[in-house]
Design a protein around this ligand. Structure first.
Ligand code: SF4
Ligand code: SF4
Length: 238
């Protein structure tokens, strides 16, 4: 039984189709600064629109900013922007381990992630991870709000209802009697593919609007403050 987490650098969390990684405007600015490339370059090359199903409304999907998977920022078997990696990348798998430890339930630990399997955090590690998750989680919430505001301001499509979509009806009919988990997985995959056919990429006009918004001095200042907090939080894990 292990008492702490160690990344085995398998790349699974950077490559999995299912582990979609949402990204904030702060993440994009930090990666842009780190790579010394314009925001438009980051948006064009690494970021897409991910579709997320609504568990209570099977025909509804929300669209969120996310890293295209497999993540093209993983190069030579490592994260090429590690110091500027997105907040969601920082949180994984710490939030899962904290949640598992606090609830006493391992149900949501996916054993196919070998780095999470068999960990039993002691009190000291739990406190450390909990503090880290709190700081990163707060930054994520705050930056998520900035990101949503920008997307709303420039009228980016945020959701879709496939109820009347003919292709969706065919998929729903094809899988109407499924029972096996693998079939549910295939169904979800087909639905997400369909939602992404409708919207999965920003066009050049949208990219230039986001780039313009990201230059707002208030936003720049807030992201700068958050970046300092994030850097301090990283020391918690040392
Ligand atoms: S899945 Fe776990 S071991 Fe593999 S790269 Fe991600 S954090 Fe590291
Ligand atoms: S940004 Fe880095 S840590 Fe995040 S998915 Fe890409 S390679 Fe992995």
């Amino acid at each position: 039984m292990k008492s702490n987490f160690q990344c085995l650098n398998c790349g699974k969390c950077c490559n999995s189709y299912y582990a979609q990684i949402n990204i904030t405007i702060g993440d994009i600015i930090r990666i842009s600064d780190f790579m010394k490339k314009p925001i438009s370059y980051i948006l064009k090359n690494f970021i897409g629109i991910n579709a997320f199903g609504d568990p209570e409304n099977p025909e509804k999907f929300s669209y969120e900013f996310g890293i295209n998977m497999p993540c093209a920022l993983r190069k030579d078997e490592k994260c090429s922007v590690y110091q500027a990696r997105p907040l969601n990348c920082r949180l994984f798998p710490y939030w899962v381990l904290v949640h598992a430890s606090k609830s006493g339930s391992k149900d949501f630990i996916d054993d196919s992630y070998k780095c999470m399997s068999g960990i039993n955090l002691n009190e000291k590690e739990l406190k450390k991870y909990d503090n880290y998750v709190k700081v990163i989680g707060e930054a994520l919430m705050e930056e998520g709000e900035f990101t949503d505001k920008i997307l709303d301001d420039i009228q980016i499509m945020r959701s879709v209802d496939l109820q009347h979509n003919q292709d969706y009806k065919k998929i729903a009919e094809k899988y109407k009697d499924v029972q096996k988990p693998e079939d549910f997985k295939k169904l979800e995959e087909e639905k997400i593919r369909l939602a992404k056919e409708i919207f999965s990429e920003l066009d050049d006009h949208q990219i230039s609007l986001i780039e313009e918004k990201a230059k707002n001095p208030d936003l720049v200042e807030k992201i700068k403050n958050n970046t300092e907090k994030i850097q301090d939080a990283e020391k918690i894990l040392d």
